[in-house]
Design a protein around this ligand. Structure first.
Ligand code: UFG
Length: 329
């Protein structure tokens, strides 16, 4: 039986496909390639199409015996979601509704879901626990939380078992640099810093240095994309063995400020990486750090890349080998 990966041509999806293939899983990838890259799909069977297209989904479910779905396909930019909330309701919630209905109709009852720390909103305490209040501050987090809830109610009504994985800041690339991060336009901190080191940008703009943190810049919990990928496989195994719905945070449990990330990137790249302070970006919480103890104890997850320098080094290897991202491939 096969595992259907929606959004498998995206950043975290493509790394998860590699992890699944390494574990001998049969993989079917669907992606509309609006933000994903065909070259990022390194194996399995690929179909280009949209999960909101029911006929397309039915054809995929008819061609393959699908055991479970790992669901990444979504719009995922916080700022954009504030500008275009209806796109987020459509691409995230309504599209996932189509996916779940197709799953139920085809008797597929297991889903691992790509959720986010943005479901919590401004945290009340650090580190963040899965039992903490979820109060998103943008449509991206809001739609991801609504999707989590749709899966839970679908468990109640149809027996759909879901594991929602709330990632903190995904970073890094496959250690062989065969796949990596490539967004257009790029908005994430580490790839932008590395574009400065590659000479593609003059300086890194720091979004605010007046936060209530030690050096005044925002603190985030950076987690390697291969560790995230491994957590998806463990979640799948957990569903196979226990068949119970649950939610898990995925982070390293250690926070780094924007300035610390820039300094570490200077060490990794041996480039001065000029910085300049610009205004705060709307909606950025000062500190986001995960407690991932639940994932470690229940799923047996153990992040391998718990050192920021190594995380950035894998990203640097990818960016150096592919300075134009997948356009170099
Ligand atoms: N930052 C800068 N300059 C930049 C880009 C980012 O200073 O050019 C700062 C941001 O203000 C933030 C930190 O670097 O403090 C990290 O920013 P990213 O954009 O890389 O990541 P976010 O923390 O904003 O977002 C991530 C995921 C989202 C998810 C969110 C959860 O990318 O999908 O965490 O809160 F929703």
């Amino acid at each position: 039986m096969a595992i259907l990966v929606t959004g498998g041509a995206g950043y975290i999806g493509s790394h998860t496909v590699v992890e699944l293939l390494n574990h001998g899983e049969e993989v079917v990838v669907v992606d509309n390639l609006r933000t994903g890259h065909k070259q990022a799909v390194t194996g399995g069977t690929f179909y280009q199409g949209d999960i909101s297209d029911r006929k397309f989904l039915d054809s995929v479910f008819a061609k393959h015996e699908i055991e479970a779905v790992i669901h990444f396909a979504a719009s995922s930019l916080v700022g954009e979601s504030v500008q275009k909330p209806l796109d987020y309701y459509e691409n995230n919630l309504i599209a996932s509704h189509a996916l779940v209905s197709a799953m139920i109709d085809h008797g597929v009852k297991k889903i691992v879901f790509s959720s986010t720390a943005a479901t919590y909103g401004e945290p009340k305490s650090i580190p963040i626990l899965e039992s903490d209040v979820t109060s998103p501050t943008n449509p991206y987090g809001e739609t991801k939380l609504a999707m989590e809830k749709m899966f839970r109610w679908s468990d109640n009504a149809y027996g759909l078992k879901s594991i929602s994985l709330r990632y903190f800041n995904a970073a890094g690339a496959h250690p062989d640099a065969m796949i990596g991060e490539d967004h257009n336009p790029e908005s994430h901190l580490i790839p932008i810093i590395l574009q400065v080191a590659l000479g593609q940008r003059e300086a890194i703009g720091i979004f605010g240095d007046d936060y209530p943190t030690e050096d005044g810049t925002c603190i985030r919990d950076y987690i390697h994309v291969m560790d995230l990928a491994n957590a998806h496989w463990l979640a799948l195994e957990h569903l196979r063995k226990n068949n119970t719905s649950d939610v898990f945070n995925l982070g390293n449990g250690t926070g780094f400020s924007v300035k610390q990330v820039i300094e570490t990137a200077r060490q990794v790249t041996d480039h001065p990486i000029p910085e300049k302070v610009s205004p705060r970006r709307a909606g950025d919480p000062a500190v986001l750090i995960a407690s991932s103890e639940k994932a470690q104890s229940v799923l047996g997850w153990k992040p391998q890349y718990n050192d920021l320098k190594t995380i950035i080094a894998t990203a640097w290897k990818w960016h150096q080998a592919n300075p134009k991202g997948y356009n170099d491939k």
